[in-house]
Design a protein around this ligand. Structure first.
Ligand SMILES: [Zn+2]
Length: 252
């Protein structure tokens, strides 16, 4: 079965930005893998880092199970993500383990440096996972293809200057919004944290409001927007459109 990997920074990033599309891809017969760079260590007012990490990784595992998927943790820590040797190897190992046809990750210039660095690391890992002499010790087979790579929309649907991103395509997730909501609802500890820290009263409603705003752009109830990475080596055709047909609207 062909595999698709969504590789975000923190537990719940994926659910917020692309879980509706992942649920559609499951229906098309793909195996879904979720990965996070960090374990959500700072997402609690008083629990110790290892305690909240255990809770959050479990929540993410539960979320992946809802779509019959698999969850991977890269081993990093919140607010510490850097483009360095440790994170480079960790990212490449996940790409080699999954060997995905399609990868989704964070927008390259998102508001949080953890997100921005995750984007660089995942993009780089997609490119170098096929280099046999890089990181040979764990014995993972190098990949033999460049995956299709898509960035999900910026957090809050705007860049750090307040502008909308030049999306490549928008996917109609009206039929899977309930699954997306169910996946996000697995992140109970994050819901409590954002209520405490960001004064977010309704975590699920914020996600729905955002998905609704994306939907308005293409005249459907709920949607998710993406930008395809077209850098050297990567496939240039829009495979999401080929798989999802009219549910995926290309933005010219
Ligand atoms: Zn995040």
């Amino acid at each position: 079965m062909e595999r698709i990997l969504a590789f975000g920074c923190h537990p719940d990033d994926i659910e917020f930005m692309c879980a509706g599309t992942l649920a559609l891809l499951v229906k098309k017969g793909f195996e879904i893998h979720l990965a996070t760079m960090t374990g959500g260590e700072v997402g609690h007012p008083f629990l110790a880092a290892h305690e909240i990490r255990n809770i959050r990784l479990k929540e993410n595992e539960n979320s992946a199970k809802i779509i019959g998927g698999f969850f991977h943790y890269a081993g990093g820590s919140d607010l510490e993500v850097e483009y360095n040797d440790f994170y480079r190897r960790a990212s490449v190992r996940i790409i080699r383990k999954v060997d995905p046809l399609i990868v989704f990750t964070t927008f390259p210039f998102d508001y949080l440096i953890d997100h921005k660095e995750t984007s660089r690391l995942v993009r780089n890992a997609c490119y170098i996972a096929s280099v046999p002499n890089y990181d040979k010790e764990p014995g993972l087979k190098p990949t033999n293809r460049f995956p299709y790579l898509y960035y999900w929309n910026a957090s809050g649907l705007k860049d750090i200057f307040g502008n909308e991103l030049p999306l490549t395509c928008i996917v109609d997730i009206s039929s899977t919004i309930n699954i997306k909501e169910e996946m996000l609802a697995c992140h109970k500890s994050q819901m409590e944290w954002l209520k405490y820290h960001n004064k977010w009263e309704n975590y699920l409603e914020i996600m729905k409001r955002q998905s609704r705003k994306e939907g308005e752009k293409i005249g459907v109830e709920f949607a998710e927007g993406f930008i395809q990475h077209k850098g050297n080596g990567h496939p240039q055709d829009n495979i999401l459109k080929q798989i999802l047909g009219e549910l995926c609207q290309e933005i010219k």
